[in-house]
Design a protein around this ligand. Structure first.
Ligand SMILES: Nc1nc2c(ncn2[C@@H]2O[C@H](COP(=O)(O)OP(=O)(O)OP(=O)(O)O)[C@@H](O)[C@H]2O)c(=O)[nH]1
Ligand SMILES: [Mg+2]
Length: 290
C-alpha cells in the first residue's frame, strides 16, 4: 500500500482559511462520511474551531448501513455531540440541520434576548475533507446549483452568504480539511469511499481491502452481486475473489478494470448500504463516557 500524504502546505492554508472564517459564524457544520465517520474526520477540527458550537453532519447516509449509523447516532448522543444523518441526493432533511443548529445555539439565543438584541438568522460554515459533500450541501441550502459538485477546489471567488428562508445564512466557501492518515487503515478506508484522488493509490490494493471487509462483515453481498457460490467467499483469498469478479464481468484477467468496476459499484451503492467503520471496529464501547 502506498503511503498517501498531503502536502503540509495545503494543510496549513486550509487551517488558516478556516480560522479566518470562524469569527463570522455562529456554528460550524462539520461534514463527515456516514460510512467512515471517524476516519473522515480531521482530528484537528476540535482544536481549530475551539468553543464554536458545532453540528456533525453524517453525509451520504443513503449509502451507509442504517444499523451502523444508528449505533453511531446513539454514541454521539451519549457524548453530547449533536449529529444529523443527511442525504445530499434527496430533497429532505435540511430542516433537521437547522433544528440541530438551533439546539446547539440555544444558549447564545438566550444571551441575545437578555441583551435585547433582535433574533437573526443563524450564520454557519461547512467544513470537511475532500469529496465529503460540502458543495452538495451548500447547493441544497441554495435550492439550486451555485457551486460545482464533484469538482476540484482552487478557483478563487468572492465569499458570499447563501440565505435559507430567513433562518440560516451559510458561507458559500466551505472549509477544506485534509484527512489525516498516519494509520494506513484510515487511508484505505478513505480511498475505498472515494475521498482520495485515484492517482494516489493502486486500485487493486483498495479493491482487495474492500473485498476483505465485505467478506468479513457483509458475507454474501459479493456472491449475490457477482453471481458466484457463497462458499467461495470463504474458500478464496481476496485477490482470487477479485480475479473471479473480474472474470464474472467478462473482463478476462484485466484485474485493474475489475478493481475499477468494483470500486465504482461499491461507491454508487450498487452493493447495498454499507458502512466500513463500526463502534466495534474502532474499539469504542457504546457506553463509554470520555
Ligand atoms: N449518495 C450520495 N452522494 C453524495 C451525497 N453528498 C454528496 N454526494 C456525491 O459525492 C460527490 C462529491 O460531492 P461534493 O459536494 O462535490 O463534495 P465536496 O466536499 O464539495 O468535494 P471537494 O470540493 O472536492 O472538496 C458528488 O458526486 C456528489 O454527488 C450524499 O449525501 N449521498
Ligand atoms: Mg466542493
Amino acid at each position: 500500500m502506498t503511503n498517501i500524504q498531503w502536502y503540509p502546505g495545503h494543510m496549513a492554508k486550509a487551517k488558516r482559511e478556516l480560522t479566518e472564517k470562524l469569527p463570522l459564524v455562529d456554528v460550524v457544520f462539520e461534514l463527515v462520511d456516514a460510512r467512515v465517520p471517524v476516519s473522515s474526520r480531521n482530528p484537528d477540527v476540535v482544536q481549530l474551531i475551539q468553543n464554536k458550537p458545532q453540528v456533525l453532519i453524517l453525509m451520504k447516509s443513503d449509502l451507509a448501513d442504517p444499523k451502523v449509523t444508528n449505533q453511531w447516532l446513539n454514541y454521539y448522543k451519549q457524548q453530547n455531540i449533536k449529529a444529523v444523518p443527511f442525504n445530499g441526493k434527496s430533497n429532505q432533511g435540511i430542516d433537521k440541520i437547522i433544528e440541530a443548529a438551533r439546539s446547539v445555539l440555544e444558549e447564545n439565543a438566550l444571551k441575545r434576548e437578555e441583551k435585547g438584541l433582535k433574533e437573526r438568522a443563524i450564520r454557519a460554515v461547512t467544513v470537511g475533507i475532500p469529496n465529503v459533500g460540502k458543495s452538495t450541501l451548500i447547493n441544497r441550502f441554495a435550492g439550486k446549483n451555485i457551486t460545482t459538485t464533484g469538482n476540484r477546489p482552487g478557483v478563487t471567488k468572492a465569499q458570499q452568504w447563501i440565505k435559507y428562508k430567513n433562518q440560516l445564512e451559510l458561507l458559500d466557501m466551505p472549509g477544506i480539511l485534509w484527512p489525516k492518515f498516519e494509520e494506513p487503515l484510515i487511508g484505505q478506508k478513505l480511498a475505498l469511499t472515494g475521498a482520495i484522488k485515484e492517482t494516489l493509490y493502486y486500485k487493486d490494493d483498495i479493491a482487495i481491502f474492500g473485498i476483505n471487509y465485505l467478506t468479513k462483515n457483509y458475507p454474501g453481498v459479493l456472491a449475490k452481486r457477482y453471481n458466484f457460490d457463497l462458499m467461495l467467499e470463504e474458500e478464496l483469498s481476496a485477490p482470487d475473489l477479485l480475479l473471479l469478479i473480474t472474470e464474472k464481468r467478462g473482463y478476462f484477467d484485466d484485474y485493474d478494470r475489475g478493481a475499477d468496476m468494483l470500486l465504482n459499484e461499491l461507491r454508487d451503492g450498487k452493493l447495498g448500504r454499507l458502512s466500513f467503520e463500526t463502534l466495534e471496529d474502532m474499539n469504542i464501547n457504546e457506553n463509554d463516557n470520555k
